[in-house]
Design a protein around this ligand. Structure first.
Ligand code: ADP
Ligand code: MG
Ligand code: ZN
Length: 481
């Protein structure tokens, strides 16, 4: 393996191609359903099975969804656009061509802004085009390979970025932002584990300061953010090592194996000319009118970046918290509802990002607590009527059984204890009972102090005001000294 010193001399150049399955009810060129996980070959017809003479008809909804993707990523939308045949032979592609787009893609020249350690960075989007998905090969151990055509003809968009990405972290941030934006538009559920959002990583390396582009490898169909990061890190080191050893890199397609964490060559990479693109004579030129664009624009909700701005400016969230809250549209909608009902929106955000996030299953977006109830917890916490521990317990109880938290606090007597006389009484007891911990604290052990605070808190049944407890303990111990 090459040393860190050698790696330091190089930089990586990355462009991402992302395929997104559109959430249309039927396929892109026929009326077969698109449901995931159906019995093999139960969702296909002569058109998507590529039988001779069958004629494709473009699904309007797929076109509208693709335009929305372009609008949401700041692209120019073409007023006319064509569909091409992209020829290659593969057993799960019965036509031996895929209907895609070549020189006149639907969307071009967009961008997305991402947050990096060094601030905001803009990643260019070269193009977005529409195309059909291929079928699936199912390999049976020792019994050959079967073909499932169900996925053939599912509508896809391919989103191609400029080679603007310079690190694995930037690649991840771009993918997360892209996925969030697409999900806001409602055109795809972007489930990486079901393949409805998948990514090809194009990566080359060059010496820092060089301007030209190196020879790229394309790593196909990576289906998790973590694997994207690992594949990039591995591939960067591999390419640098090859160059340092005096080898010549070839443009090739590779695959990432998550078990070994390595990439393996699959084939040398075709160039566009090898595909013999030709306009598909079965499909007319697509025209996109200004009217249609206006209508689709009006259907796009407020996107993450706009919301982020609003949450930092109006509600005082940190950029980081605002970024997290806006990743999922459902979470952002929920936050807005609750935030409007309390004077403490920052506390609402904190509870969503910590207490509620802990209770949610991976991928769960719904929150079984009425926004008005979470707002009430934030209000009580903000006003000091309950402490943060009680806030956490209330969230947990409401998660199981949603009810009015104010009543719960009253019934169970959960109000915060801030009375100095009561807390001083407990503090004196704790000091008397724990001489060793007190002297540990005095000799500089910070953990000892937290232990004393914990003891007092215990005597209050977890309802003490932690700030006041700390003040009292310090005052009593140092006075004694
Ligand atoms: P293809 O279909 O042949 O993969 P595309 O134009 O669809 O070609 O995508 C190419 C992707 O590779 C783009 O994201 C582009 O930014 C990126 N790319 C092109 N050249 C390089 C390079 N030398 N190093 C890294 N990425 C590159
Ligand atoms: Mg490619
Ligand atoms: Zn069909």
């Amino acid at each position: 393996m090459v040393s860190q010193n050698v790696l330091q001399k190089y930089e990586m150049v990355i462009g991402l191609e992302v395929h997104v399955e559109l959430k249309t009810r039927t396929k892109i060129f026929c009326s077969c359903p698109t449901d995931f996980g159906a019995e093999p070959n139960t969702q296909c017809c002569p058109i998507c099975a590529g039988l001779p003479g069958a004629l494709p008809v473009l699904n309007r909804q797929a076109l509208y969804y693709a335009i929305k993707a372009g609008l949401a990523t700041n692209c120019k939308i073409a007023s006319t656009t064509k569909q091409h045949r992209k020829h290659y032979f593969y057993p799960d592609l019965p036509n031996a061509y895929q209907i895609s787009q070549y020189d006149k893609p639907l969307c071009e020249n967009g961008y997305l802004d991402i947050e990096t350690g060094k601030g905001t960075k803009r990643i260019g989007i070269t193009r977005i085009h529409i195309e059909e998905d291929a079928g699936k090969l199912v390999h049976l151990e020792g019994e050959g390979t079967l073909i499932d055509c169900n996925r053939g003809g599912v509508p896809l968009i391919e989103i191609v970025s400029e080679p603007d990405i310079r690190s694995a972290e930037e690649a991840k941030a771009y993918l997360q932002k892209l996925r969030a934006v697409i999900m806001y538009t409602g055109i795809s559920d972007c489930k990486m584990n079901e393949g409805s959002f998948r990514c090809d990583v194009n990566i080359s390396v060059r010496k820092k300061g060089e301007k030209g582009l190196g020879v790229r490898a394309e790593i196909k169909n990576i289906n998790s953010f973590l694997f994207v990061v690992r594949a990039i890190e591995y591939e960067f080191a591999r390419q640098v090592e090859a160059i340092e050893a005096g080898e010549t890199l070839v443009q090739e397609t590779r695959r990432f194996d998550s078990a070994t964490g390595k990439t393996y060559s699959m084939r040398t990479k075709e160039n566009a000319t090898d595909y013999r693109y030709m306009p598909n004579p079965d499909l007319p030129v697509i025209e996109v009118t200004g009217e249609l664009l206006d209508r689709l624009k009006s259907e796009i909700p407020m996107l993450p970046d706009q919301r982020k701005k609003k949450y930092t400016e109006e509600y005082g969230l940190t950029p980081y918290a605002a970024e997290q809250i806006t990743v999922q549209r459902e979470t952002a909608d929920y936050f807005e509802k609750a935030a409007a009902l309390t004077d403490y929106p920052v506390l609402v955000a904190n509870m969503i990002l910590t207490d509620i996030a802990r209770l949610q299953q991976p991928d769960q977006t719904d929150i079984p607590i009425l926004p008005v109830h979470l707002a009430a917890i934030a209000q009580m916490a903000g006003e000091g009527r309950i402490n943060s521990r009680t806030g956490r317990i209330l969230v947990q109880e409401l998660w199981e059984n949603d009810t009015d938290p104010e009543k719960l606090v009253e019934e169970k007597g959960l109000e915060q204890i801030s009375d100095i006389n009561i807390l001083s009484g407990y503090a004196k007891e704790v000091i008397a009972e724990n001489p060793k911990t007190v002297s540990d604290y005095l000799s500089g052990k910070a953990a000892a102090f937290q232990a004393l605070v914990g003891q007092v808190m215990k005597k209050t049944g977890g309802r003490g005001n932690p700030v006041i407890i700390q003040e009292i303990l310090k005052r009593l111990i140092h006075k004694k000294e």
